[in-house]
Design a protein around this ligand. Sequence first.
Ligand SMILES: O=C(O)CCC(=O)C(=O)O
Ligand SMILES: [Fe+2]
Length: 290
Amino acid sequence: MVVLSKPILDNLAQIKTCKPTSNIFTGIPIVDLSDTNAKKHIVKACQDFGFFKVINHGVSMEFLTRLETEALKFFKSPQQEKEKSGPPNPFGYGNKNIGPNGDVGWVEYLLFSTNPEFLSKNARPVIPGISETLWLNHYPACPSSELLQALSGRSLIGFGEHTDPQLISVLRSNNTSGLQICLRDGTWVSVPPDHTTFFFNVGDSLQVMTNGRFRSVKHRVLADSLKPRVSMIYFGGPPLSEKITPLSSVMEEGEESLYKEFTWCEYKKSAYKTRLGDNRLGLFEKSTNQ
Ligand SMILES: O=C(O)CCC(=O)C(=O)O
Ligand SMILES: [Fe+2]
């Protein structure tokens, strides 16, 4: 019998585990930004999967490695030091608790705003007029053989299943696996990591703006017990007061919106009251007989 020490049991108590899947997804659409047809490939990928990987993006490896090194430096600092940058409310350091409604994961993170009032004078938003957040995640490797044994082959959930509420998310990670996406048929598949590329995923707002043509993809992260994973995600969302409605340019004649009208501010407020895995868009869907 394995007798676990109290701190390890405390660590495990609230964090969910799941059976690791060996389902490696080899069909991820790859968009080459140097290809003149890149736009077409992006649209198809957003329709089919809500997910794609970008190569030839022009961001230097040296810059990405520097960012990763700085992120790791922060996450390796003493817990007390890190806590001084918390809570993540709305920006700062968070540990295990994700959001205010009881979601927990094997993850610590740092949330930044790119809002001008928080930025140094040398920094500027990536897309002016868009509400932007940067999120750094660190999924530590399993700290002890005791915990590893207690898991008995199961994986700790690093970041539980969810869709991103914004328009688009751009993710770069180190070469540790963990990210999984849910395909249309409900199968979870693992995305092979690639530290040289960026992964893009469609968020809820873009699903609404395309009246369901683009798919806000459900995803999650399983922690790797042997290697830490570090990821950085840029979330581009609408401005706060913006109404989220289907774009007239994508609608066909006579086509009705599948969603009730709402602003990004209303959506954020409503999402804040839900759990990570809830279908947040459900509240804003029109019922079929409306
Ligand atoms: O850390 C990752 O790889 C993805 C995390 C994620 O989905 C998120 O922060 O919304
Ligand atoms: Fe996400």
